[in-house]
Design a protein around this ligand. Structure first.
Ligand code: BGC
Length: 486
């Protein structure tokens, strides 16, 4: 990409601060030793890229697909929007702690959007599948009521369902396993479109026509491609992480028997990599630290989503907390007080962003926000040096996340070998962490093949808008085919 400037990294700046301000160099050195494993050099990243590339191939080949860690799931999306899509669409977006219903009106290359956010309470995330889908249907009915859509018949709907699904077409998606803290019973192996339709029938007061079900990465790619035709990759770094890209059908061995080469459709398909599960077959062992092991062991799905657990918003704060707890136990932080920092989940990822933002903005080095966060956590007698060390740990953990994501994106770009590709990116970590986008961009630039160029583009609300666009493209292609048949 374009940005080649080598600015001084936050980590380097912290180190220089540390040397100037610290009265206890020895303590700094010990912290360095304990946290050194969190720094990943380019050589290691390149090795990881080679192993990820092998995992991509494994996930696509007929013989190995069923035992692959990176599942490479077909989306049945064959074409990105061409700008001629039109119409009104409903979209549902389920993939994190919030659930959204959207009405999207596409006209003259503009997509006008109205949406409403509903919370998915913890007991619904972890209760019965039926209750979860009843909740979704009830939110949808409420939204339709509020927008005078309750009596509309067969409203076309795109459903963004951001969990690994085995799709059997554009409107059939079986959940493989839950991720990101969801654990509703009776949904794994079931078709989530069917569960949604059944929940709507149970209510009897809304009439929808599900024309597409998709992953949020696919939505991100589509939303970006609507604006920027060169968009061929979609990435999420939010509560979870994942990527999809347009893959040549000739490289999707496992689809060979299923697709008709004379169907007149483009010779590519959007493949949802589900890279969050990379490492679940031991591919990340040389990179994982004792801190990652601890976070994983305490999660609701130990041994799964190991790449995701080093990168995404659901885990970054927790990794930082585990590191800080270790430093406190060693007497290197908070005067050795471990109580307040020992509570699982007590250090949300938004603190990482806030502490690092202060580091960039607070010229005076008052660390007032960091002091406040640590005091709110219940840590007593916080010192300025504590604040410096906490900021260092945050920087190390988020930098590693950005570099691992960069290696993932570079592996995809190198695999595609297209001269210029736009990568649509979305998710709370990418949006709200102050240095993540820059670190990501700089590292991809260092890792991609010299003949390739790319740009990163923030995908404005990909999972909502994208759902409507997939629905719109499906409708357009259906219309085009019926025109041709006449
Ligand atoms: C899910 C993916 C999703 C990603 C980002 C992961 O946990 O498995 O399907 O795309 O989170 O939301």
């Amino acid at each position: 990409m374009t940005s080649k400037h080598k600015s001084i990294s936050p980590l380097e700046r912290l180190k220089s601060l540390h040397l100037r301000g610290s009265v206890d160099l020895q303590c700094g050195q010990k912290i360095d030793e304990i946290t050194r494993s969190l720094v990943v050099c380019d050589e290691t990243l390149r090795r990881m890229m080679a192993s990820l590339e092998a995992a991509f191939n494994k996930g696509l080949a007929t013989e190995t697909a069923s035992s692959a860690s990176v599942r490479m799931l077909p989306s049945y999306v064959r074409s990105v929007p061409n700008g001629t899509e039109e119409g009104d669409f409903l979209a549902l977006d389920l993939g994190g702690t919030n659930f959204r219903v959207l009405l999207i009106q596409i006209h003259n290359r503009e997509a006008k959007m109205t949406s409403k956010i509903f919370r998915v309470p913890d007991h619904v995330m972890k209760g019965s599948g039926e209750a979860l889908f009843d909740h979704i249907a009830s939110c949808m009915a409420q939204f339709m009521e509020e927008h005078g859509l309750k009596n509309t018949k067969c409203l076309p709907l795109g459903f963004t369902f951001s969990f690994p699904c085995k799709q059997e077409g554009l409107t059939k998606a079986r959940l493989i396993n839950w991720t990101k803290g969801f654990n509703a019973s009776g949904v794994e192996n079931e078709d989530v479109v069917d569960l949604l339709r059944r929940a709507c029938h149970r209510r009897g007061d809304i009439d929808i026509d599900v024309v597409a079900v998709l992953n949020d990465t696919t939505g991100t790619l589509m939303a970006c491609a609507f604006k920027e035709n060169s968009c061929q990759v979609g990435v999420i770094v939010g509560t979870g992480t994942n990527a999809c890209y347009m893959e040549k059908l000739t490289r999707c061995g496992k689809l060979e028997t299923e697709l008709d080469p004379t169907d007149g459709l483009p010779d590519e398909m959007c493949i949802n990599t589900e890279w969050g599960a990379f490492g679940d077959h031991g591919e990340m062992e040389s990179l994982r630290t004792e801190f990652d092991v601890e976070v994983d062991q305490a999660s609701i799905n130990p041994g799964r989503q190991l790449f995701e657990k080093m990168i995404s918003g659901m885990y970054l704060g927790e990794i930082v907390r585990v590191v800080l707890a270790r430093l406190a136990r060693e007497g290197l932080l908070f005067g050795g007080d471990t109580d307040a920092i020992s509570k699982k989940g007590g250090f949300p990822t938004k603190y990482v962003s806030e502490i690092e933002s202060e580091l960039l903005e607070d010229e005076e080095r008052t660390f007032s926000k960091t002091f406040q966060i640590l005091e709110d956590l219940g840590i007593e007698g916080v010192s300025q040096l504590d604040c410096i060390h906490v900021a260092t740990v945050c920087t190390l953990v988020s930098t590693r996340a950005a570099h691992l994501t960069a290696a993932g994106i570079a592996a995809i770009l190198n695999r595609m070998q297209k001269p210029y590709v736009t990568v649509g990116v979305d998710g709370s970590v990418y949006r709200f962490h102050p240095t993540f986008p820059r670190l990501l961009d700089e590292k991809i630039d260092q890792l991609i093949d010299g003949n390739l160029e790319y740009q990163l583009m923030l995908s404005e609300d990909g999972s909502g808008r994208g759902a409507a666009l997939v629905a719109a493209v499906a409708t357009r292609m259906k219309n085009e085919r019926s025109q041709l048949a006449k």
